[in-house]
Design a protein around this ligand. Structure first.
Ligand code: ZN
Length: 196
C-alpha cells in the first residue's frame, strides 16, 4: 500500500462509516505486522468496564486480543515495549487520544488508528479529524448504501437514540447511506423504528 518510513514512527488512520470494514482493515494490517514478528498491541475504549482484556472483532468475525480502557493516556505506559500500536474506535475516546497518538509516533512506533469520521448527524468527530490531519497515511473506507447501492460514507441512525452523540448499536440501529439517501435524525417517519 505504501512504503514504510525508516527509523521513525508514524501514524496511519483508517476512517469511514459503519459497515465499511474499518476494523477488518485494522486487523489485516496488525496481523501482517504480527507475521513479521513485530511486537503488536491493540487498544480500544471501554464504555463500561474501566480496564479489561478482550478483543476487537470485525463484522467478518476476524478478531485480535485487545485491552479496553477509559483513559487513553494509559496506552503510553502499556505500549512501552511495542513496535506497532493499534487503536480502534478512536471516536469513543476523549480528546487526549490525539496527544497520545502523537506521543507514541514520536517514540518511534507505528500507530494504527481506526474509527468513525462522522457522527449520526454527519458532523465530523473532532478527534478523528485532528488525527487525520496529523497522520502520515489516511485511508477512507466506504460502505455500500443500503437504500440505493451507491458508495456510502455516512451512518444513518434508525433506532431512537435521543440526543446522545454516541449510541452503541449495530445493524438494528444503523444503516450505511450515501449522501443522497442520508437523512439527519430524527425524522417523523422513523418513529416506527423506535425501540424504547
Ligand atoms: Zn443511497
Amino acid at each position: 500500500m505504501h512504503i514504510a518510513p525508516i527509523d521513525t514512527g508514524w501514524m496511519e488512520v483508517i476512517v469511514g462509516p459503519m459497515f465499511s470494514g474499518k476494523t477488518e482493515e485494522l486487523i489485516r494490517r496488525l496481523r501482517r505486522a504480527r507475521y513479521a514478528k513485530q511486537r503488536v498491541g491493540v487498544f480500544k475504549p471501554a464504555l463500561d468496564d474501566r480496564f479489561s482484556e478482550t478483543q476487537i472483532v470485525s463484522r467478518a468475525q476476524a478478531a485480535l486480543p485487545s485491552v479496553s480502557l477509559t483513559d487513553p493516556t494509559q496506552i503510553i505506559a502499556l505500549a512501552e515495549e511495542l513496535e506497532v500500536v493499534g487503536i480502534d474506535e478512536i471516536h469513543f475516546f476523549d480528546e487526549r487520544i490525539v496527544e497520545v497518538a502523537e506521543e507514541l509516533a514520536g517514540r518511534g512506533k507505528r500507530v494504527l488508528l481506526a474509527g468513525l469520521d462522522l457522527d449520526f448527524k454527519a458532523q465530523p468527530f473532532s478527534n478523528t479529524v485532528a488525527l487525520m490531519g496529523l497522520a502520515e497515511f489516511v485511508t477512507k473506507t466506504l460502505a455500500i448504501c443500503m437504500v440505493c447501492g451507491n458508495p456510502a460514507a455516512r451512518s444513518q441512525r434508525l433506532a431512537s437514540g435521543g440526543k446522545d452523540r454516541i449510541v452503541v448499536g449495530d445493524v438494528e440501529a444503523y444503516e450505511a447511506r450515501c449522501r443522497k439517501c442520508f437523512k439527519p435524525y430524527p425524522l417523523p417517519q422513523q418513529t416506527t423504528f423506535d425501540q424504547t
